[in-house]
Design a protein around this ligand. Structure first.
Ligand code: PGA
Length: 237
């Protein structure tokens, strides 16, 4: 599978940001990886439209575990799919911090797969857990409890202490954790790394064994820096 370089715009973006899709296409269509932008949900329609005739895929940042119905404020995976999304991020630590459990993450992933989306399921330990030597156990427990039995998903390993902090895990930390995740999930899933990925560190991260791509927050808001990360991709991952 090609490496997946995914932008998580989080709660950033305005209608005019739809033009960034074309901008990214121009800057990065010659890269060997797959490109994905996950904007805030109200921008999905505009970005999906802008992505026609480009190499850029569009995805959601979350979806409901339930089918359409009385769930105020939620987004149906089937709606994301119908709008033209290919992917959805699930279980990001910023959502888990709001109370999202492994069980809910698993239900969301199952729903997304059934509907034809490819979920990117996020896992990762806190700083306390890493310092206590429990990083691998915590991540394995999250995988056991939140992965669906069906195939057809990718994983994003995002150490919480590296998200938006400018700190990245060392290449050795990344290699060890990705190896452990790979052992647990096999080769049907790409294992993305996330947490302060930027042009300056992308090459070494993306060259690490079992790194199948990157989930990029802050550095994905600027298409030039996001494209530079894509250019650091190794192709297969
Ligand atoms: P960051 O965010 O690149 O800003 O650290 C990554 C993420 O939370 O997905």
């Amino acid at each position: 599978m090609k490496q997946l370089i995914a932008a998580n715009w989080k709660m950033n973006g305005m209608p005019e940001w739809a033009s960034k899709v074309e901008e990214l296409h121009k800057l990065a269509s010659d890269t060997p990886c797959e490109l994905l932008i996950c904007p805030p949900h109200p921008l999905i329609a505009a970005l999906c439209q802008a992505s026609h005739n480009t190499v850029v895929h569009i995805g959601g940042q979350d979806c409901s575990p339930d089918a359409a119905g009385a769930h105020t404020g939620e987004t149906d995976a089937a709606l994301l799919r119908a709008m033209g999304c290919a992917y959805v991020i699930i279980g990001h630590s910023e959502r888990r911090a709001g109370g999202e459990t492994d069980e809910v993450v698993q239900r969301k992933a199952v729903r997304a797969i059934e509907i034809g989306l490819r979920p990117i399921i996020c896992v990762g330990e806190s700083l306390d857990q890493r310092e206590a030597g429990r990083a691998e156990t915590v991540v394995k427990d999250q995988l056991t409890a939140s992965l669906p039995e069906l195939g057809g998903f990718d994983i994003a390993y995002e150490p919480i202490w590296a998200i938006g902090t400018g700190k990245t895990a060392t290449p050795q930390d990344i290699a060890e954790m990705h190896q452990a995740i790979y052992k647990a999930v096999g080769n049907g899933s790409r294992i993305l790394y996330g947490g302060s990925v930027k042009p300056a560190n992308a090459e070494i991260i993306l060259a690490t064994e079992h790194v199948g791509g990157a989930l990029v927050g802050g550095a994905s808001l600027n298409m030039e820096s996001f494209a530079q990360i894509a250019h650091a991709s190794q192709g297969a991952g």
